[in-house]
Design a protein. Structure first.
Length: 126
C-alpha cells in the first residue's frame, strides 16, 4: 500500500515531530529529533545495523495527530508511521540519503560493497 499523500522534501518531518512531541510532553524524544540523533527511516530501504525504536512509532504518530494544524505533510508522516512505511531510528553514524538521488544511492551501494566483510555502518533513507 502506497502513502496516499504527496511526498514532502526529505527531512520535512523534523519540525512537525519536534513540535508534536513537545506538545504531548515527550521532550526527550523531541530533543533527539531536534538535534538529529533520531530520524524517520523508510523501513523498506533500511540497510545495515540501523538501530530502530519501534516502540516510538505509535508515540510519534499519536503526537502528530495532536498538532493544531494538520496539513498534507503531517498527514503524510502520520500515515507512514501508522502503516509501517517509516520507523524511528538512531542516526548515530548513519549516512542519510534520498533514494531518488542517483549519486547518493551509488555512494551507499559502493560503501556497502566495500564493507561487505566488515561491520556495516548504519545507512537509511530520509
Amino acid at each position: 500500500m502506497n502513502n496516499p499523500f504527496s511526498r514532502p522534501q526529505a527531512g520535512a518531518y523534523k519540525p512537525y515531530l519536534v513540535e508534536a512531541l513537545n506538545k504531548v510532553g515527550r521532550t526527550t524524544e523531541a530533543k533527539e529529533f531536534a538535534n538529529g540523533n533520531m530520524k524517520l527511516a523508510i523501513l523498506s530501504s533500511v540497510t545495515g545495523n540501523v538501530k530502530l525504536f519501534p516502540q516510538l512509532n505509535e508515540v510519534c504518530a499519536n503526537a502528530l495527530n495532536e498538532l493544531d494544524t494538520i496539513d498534507e505533510n503531517v498527514r503524510y508522516y502520520f500515515w507512514g508511521l501508522s502503516n509501517g512505511q517509516f520507523g524511528v531510528a538512531s542516526s548515530n553514524g548513519a549516512y542519510v540519503y534520498d533514494p531518488n538521488d542517483v549519486v547518493a544511492t551509488a555512494y551507499v551501494k559502493a560503501r556497502l560493497e566495500a564493507e561487505a566483510n566488515e561491520v556495516i555502518h548504519p545507512y537509511f533513507t530520509s
